[in-house]
Design a protein around this ligand. Structure first.
Ligand code: PLP
Length: 392
């Protein structure tokens, strides 16, 4: 059997190559940071990590993790409800609830699991899930695992959402689901309008704050802070894998009864391992740092403002953004690829995105800002963008 299957796979892989969609890993030999070393020895400035607050290699987080390795060991070898819960897991769940102003939190191995395990335990075929068309893959997969009636509305299109809410009046419970920040454009879900519609059409709201937590809002508490609706959202999911240290872990935080039910019925929680205690300890430290000072969030905001204004001043076509994601539009897939590779030659590490990750004819380079970038880093990046444009 395998020889036939192997031929089939090689043919498919060849097609991926021919379409220019083959993904390769670029190997780094340094910790994650504003400056990273690639395996060939080159040092480059990194503008494609989700390391928004520069916590991935933060000394306080590393110290907290080391201490917990000594006090709590390496791994748990258990799911949470058997013998996989330490005081550190409980403390981190509390810290996350405090950060978002919610009742309670349940941890997962990743936000992919949080989203995969949030719908099926709560909703059945009598209910409706109304989902933004640009929501993250894990939301799409999570919704597929649930028997609820599905509705999909065009990205942040409130007229379309209203249409779908009208149709969904046929169902028992309704849940509107959206990313806080959409990762390809950096735009924000219009939570104020979504909330108004949820009241008019009697629906609940779920927000995935993975790209917005730590980034959006005056103190980085996410889109619920920006729209002044903390405590009003039934379900928030998020990741520890981006702004909050970038190691591993995800969470669902929100209404008490919802979290309680997830602890009873959510399959990735019941059937997958607990996160290591040292990761929980570093997570606690991250939320402690962010509760004590706003320095990192302020720095991220000023870096983002500066970079975007410089890029616009230099005539680049930037998607309107309210996050730390800056999409530099090039439209042509080949050009985006070439542009990114020339930028790397100049020591600027960014990624080009084209179809199918973004719509056809919408190829771009996505720049992600970090609190760790210095003014010199930002200036070097803008200059490199200008130089490459002249050569292409
Ligand atoms: C990154 C991301 C996830 C996945 O988070 P992990 O913890 O890496 O699994 C889920 N949702 C959104 C919106 C994301 O951006």
């Amino acid at each position: 059997m395998y020889s036939l299957f192997k031929d089939y796979l090689n043919k498919e892989l060849g097609a991926i190559h021919n379409e220019g969609l083959y993904k390769k890993e670029r190997i780094m030999i340094s910790p994650q940071g504003a400056k990273v070393s690639l395996v060939g020895g080159e040092e480059v400035l990194n503008f494609c990590a989700n390391n928004y607050l520069g916590l991935s290699n933060n000394e306080q987080l590393i110290d907290a993790a080391k201490k917990a390795l000594d006090s709590h060991g390496y791994g748990m070898s258990s799911v949470r409800f058997i013998c996989g819960t330490t005081n550190l897991h409980k403390e981190l769940e509390k810290a996350i609830a405090k950060y978002f102003g919610t009742d309670d939190t349940i941890l997962y191995a990743a936000c992919f699991d949080a989203n995969g395990g949030v719908f099926e335990p709560l909703f059945n075929k009598e209910d409706a899930i109304i989902s933004d068309s640009l929501n993250h893959a894990s939301i799409i997969d999570g919704v597929r695992l649930c028997k609820a009636q599905r509705y999909r509305y065009a990205n942040a299109d409130m007229d379309d959402l209203e249409e779908k809410l009208k149709l969904a009046q046929a169902q028992r419970f309704r849940l509107i689901v959206t990313d806080g920040v959409f990762s390809m454009d950096g735009n924000i879900a219009p939570i104020n309008e979504i909330l108004a519609l949820s009241e008019k059409y009697n629906a609940m709201v779920m927000i995935d704050e993975s790209h917005s937590a730590g980034v959006v809002g005056e103190t980085g508490r996410g889109v619920t802070q920006l729209y002044n609706c903390r405590g009003k959202i039934e379900i928030i999911t998020g990741t520890l894998g981006k702004a909050f240290g970038g190691a591993i872990g995800g969470f669902t935080t929100g209404k008490k009864e919802i979290i309680e039910m997830l602890r009873q019925r959510s399959r990735p929680y019941l059937f997958s391992n607990s996160i290591p205690p040292f990761v929980a300890a570093a997570g606690i430290e991250a939320f402690k740092i962010l509760s004590e000072s706003n320095i990192l969030v302020d720095k991220l905001h000023s870096n983002t403002r500066y970079f975007i204004s410089e890029m616009i001043k230099n005539g680049f076509d930037i998607k309107p953004t309210q996050s730390a994601i800056c999409a530099v539009m090039l439209y042509d897939a080949n050009l985006a690829q070439k542009y990114a590779s020339k930028l790397l030659d100049k020591g600027i590490y960014v990624t080009g995105f084209s179809y199918p990750v973004v719509p056809k004819g919408q190829a771009r380079i996505r720049v992600q800002l970090s609190a760790e970038h210095t003014m010199a880093h930002l200036q070097k990046a803008v200059q490199a963008f200008c130089e490459v444009r002249e050569n292409l």
